[in-house]
Design a protein around this ligand. Structure first.
Ligand SMILES: [Zn+2]
Length: 60
């Protein structure tokens, strides 16, 4: 899995850049119970999930 490609997603709260949560070795992404990727936004200190089912609506 290429983590660089999915490393950042726009935060839904303030549109800042959220960073992918991974294990300590940055090899395995953190996911919730549904397998969605987890992101942390350093700007607003929120974590949010990203569902790939939304990807067709995104252009970045
Ligand atoms: Zn944010």
């Amino acid at each position: 899995m290429n983590l660089e490609r999915i490393k950042y997603q726009t935060c839904p709260y303030d549109q800042e850049e959220g960073i992918l949560l991974t294990d300590l070795e940055e090899v395995i992404p953190e996911t919730d119970d549904d397998g969605n990727l987890q992101y942390y936004c350093p700007s607003c200190s929120n974590t949010f999930t990203y569902c790939e089912c939304d990807s067709r609506d995104r252009r970045y």
